[in-house]
Design a protein around this ligand. Structure first.
Ligand SMILES: CCCCCCCCCCCCC/C=C/[C@@H](O)[C@H](COP(=O)(O)O)NC(=O)CCCCCCCCCCCCCCC
Length: 221
C-alpha cells in the first residue's frame, strides 16, 4: 500500500509518460472491471506532468487533485471495499442512495459525480494525445489542445472556465519541448509510447462511458 511517505517521494519524481501508460495497462481487468486505484494513479501522473509545465496550469491541476483526493478518501474510508472498481462503486452508491441524480443536494462529492468529471476530461486527453501522436513538426500544441477541448470538455464548462482554459493553452510549450517533457526519449519514442497508451485509454473511457450510459449517470450534477 502507498503510505504518505511513499506518496511524497513519488510526487517528487519526474513525470514519465511510461508511468501513465503502466497505470492504464493495469486499469482494466480481463472482465473489463475498471480499477479505481489505477485510474487514480493515471491521473496522478498526468497532474505531475501538468505541474511540470508551469504554474499557469495550477488552477486546472488543483481541481484535478481535489477530485483525485475525493476518490482516494472514499477508497480509504470505511466503505473502501465498495470502491475497488468503478463498477462496484456505481452499484454501491446507487443502491445506498449516495448520489445526487438530478440536482445537487446531500451528496455533492459522490464517487460517481466526481469520477464523471475526470471521465469527461479523459475524452479531452484521448483527443489531444491522438492529435499529438499524428502531429507534424509545424503543429502547435496550443491549437491541438484547444481543438480537443472545444469538441469535448468545454461543453461542460461555464464561459469563465472556458476563457481561462483558452488562455492557459496559449502558454503550453511547443511540440518539441512538450515531447521532451513526456520523458520517454526522442520524439519518435514518445510517439510510439503514445501509440501504445491511446488504445488503453480509449478502452477505459469506452467501458466507463457505457456503464454510465446504462445507469443514466452521464448528466450527474
Ligand atoms: C496539457 C494541457 C492541459 C490542459 C488541460 C485541459 C483541460 C482544461 C480543463 C479546465 C478545467 C478548469 C478547472 C475547473 C474545473 C471544474 O469547474 C470542472 C467541473 O468540476 P465541478 O463540477 O466539480 O465544478 N472540472 C473538470 O472538468 C475536471 C477537470 C480536470 C482536468 C484535468 C486535466 C489534467 C490534465 C493533464 C494534462 C496532461 C497532458 C498529457 C500529455 C501526455
Amino acid at each position: 500500500m502507498a503510505g504518505s511517505v511513499a506518496e511524497g517521494e513519488e510526487d517528487q519524481k519526474k513525470f514519465c509518460l511510461q508511468e501513465v501508460l503502466d497505470a492504464y495497462k493495469m486499469c482494466l481487468s480481463e472482465d473489463k472491471e475498471v480499477s479505481l486505484q489505477h485510474y487514480v494513479t493515471g491521473w496522478r501522473g498526468l497532474v505531475k506532468l501538468l505541474n511540470s509545465l508551469g504554474s499557469v496550469f495550477s488552477f486546472i491541476s488543483k481541481d484535478a487533485v481535489n477530485k483525485i483526493q475525493i476518490l482516494v478518501a472514499l477508497m480509504a474510508g470505511d466503505s473502501g471495499s465498495h470502491y475497488s472498481t468503478v463498477q462496484l462503486m456505481v452499484e454501491y452508491e446507487l443502491q445506498n442512495h449516495l448520489v445526487d441524480l438530478t440536482k445537487r443536494g446531500n451528496h455533492p462529492e459522490s464517487g460517481c459525480r466526481t469520477l464523471l468529471r475526470l471521465h469527461r476530461a479523459l475524452r479531452w486527453l484521448q483527443l489531444f494525445l491522438e492529435s499529438l501522436r499524428t502531429s507534424t513538426e509545424d503543429s502547435k500544441t496550443s491549437t491541438m489542445c484547444s481543438e480537443a477541448y472545444n469538441v469535448s470538455l468545454s461543453q461542460y464548462h461555464p464561459w469563465v472556465v472556458r476563457k481561462a482554459a483558452g488562455m492557459a493553452f496559449c502558454m503550453l510549450p511547443g511540440r518539441q519541448e512538450f515531447f521532451a517533457a513526456l520523458n520517454v526519449g526522442s520524439t519518435e519514442q514518445a510517439v510510439a509510447v503514445l501509440g501504445e497508451a491511446l488504445p488503453l485509454i480509449s478502452e477505459v473511457y469506452q467501458v466507463t462511458e457505457e456503464l454510465y450510459a446504462q445507469r443514466n449517470l452521464l448528466d450527474l450534477p
